[in-house]
Design a protein around this ligand. Structure first.
Ligand SMILES: Nc1ncnc2c1ncn2[C@@H]1O[C@H](COP(=O)(O)OS(=O)(=O)O)[C@@H](OP(=O)(O)O)[C@H]1O
Ligand SMILES: Nc1ncnc2c1ncn2[C@@H]1O[C@H](COP(=O)(O)OP(=O)(O)O)[C@@H](O)[C@H]1O
Length: 201
């Protein structure tokens, strides 16, 4: 619900379509979702590197980073996670409007929150990518030692331990990081972008 009244929309002369034409590629958000340690950050970093080499304009929004700034006032309660994802949905929409291929790496555990972001955008501009990895494997990787802390009772409400993760039902892509290498996984996304003509205007 908007709290502001008496506000109006001002259109730009430079539209998203003009920007895409100049950039020579489409803009959209690649929304990576999955458990902590599933591989969201690793894959978005590598994918962005590949896209940059091809001359694609990209930007990466990552949960850990955004929580240092824009969303530093949010914690990990269900309400705060929902607000976190709502804001990132809106930020992604702005980046898409700016002609940027945007990569987001947020756990985004609630299906409804992700669907609200989907509903915010034209259907071809939201690409949901489920980074599939069992809790056991994530916990085995534990790149930041957070599962260990959560199991020791030092972090309350940790996703997968004592907070829920709702896997996507019909994502555009599922990447199984227990079966694929980082190279194979990023290539799977590149193939999707090429086949669906995102990398051309
Ligand atoms: N309680 C709890 N649950 C899950 N994750 C936690 C928690 N506390 C801190 N962290 C760290 O915060 C990162 C997740 O932030 P997100 O913004 O992606 O989370 S969410 O989408 O709002 O659920 C997450 O990063 P990733 O491991 O990259 O997923 C953790 O490093
Ligand atoms: N196929 C894979 N894809 C992504 N990460 C992988 C893969 N195989 C192993 N890993 C490792 O798993 C960990 C994933 O951590 P990270 O990318 O921070 O996950 P997330 O951002 O989802 O929390 C890294 O240590 C990475 O090297």
């Amino acid at each position: 619900m908007s709290k502001s009244k008496h506000i109006s929309w001002h259109e730009s002369m430079v539209t998203k379509e003009f920007r895409q034409k100049r950039n020579k590629h489409k803009s959209a958000v690649l929304w990576f979702t999955g458990l902590s340690g599933s591989g969201k950050s690793t894959l978005t970093v590598e994918l962005e590197r590949k896209l940059y080499q091809l001359g694609i304009y990209t930007y990466r929004l990552d949960g850990d980073n955004i929580r240092h700034g824009l969303n530093k006032n949010l914690g990990f309660s269900p309400e705060d996670r929902t607000e976190n994802i709502r804001r990132i949905g809106e930020v992604s929409k702005l980046f898409i409007d700016a002609g940027i291929l945007t990569l987001t790496a947020f756990i985004s555990p609630y299906r409804e929150d992700r669907n609200l972001v989907r509903a915010l955008l034209p259907s071809n501009e939201f690409i949901e990518i489920y980074v599939k990895c069992s809790l056991e494997a994530c916990e085995e990787r534990d790149p930041k030692g957070l599962y260990k802390k959560a199991r020791a009772g030092e972090i309350a409400g940790f996703t997968g331990v004592d907070a829920p993760y709702e896997a996507p039902i019909a994502p555009e892509l599922t990447i199984d990081t227990e079966k694929l290498s980082v190279e194979e996984a990023t290539q799977q996304v590149m193939n999707y972008l090429l086949e669906n003509e995102y990398l051309t205007e």
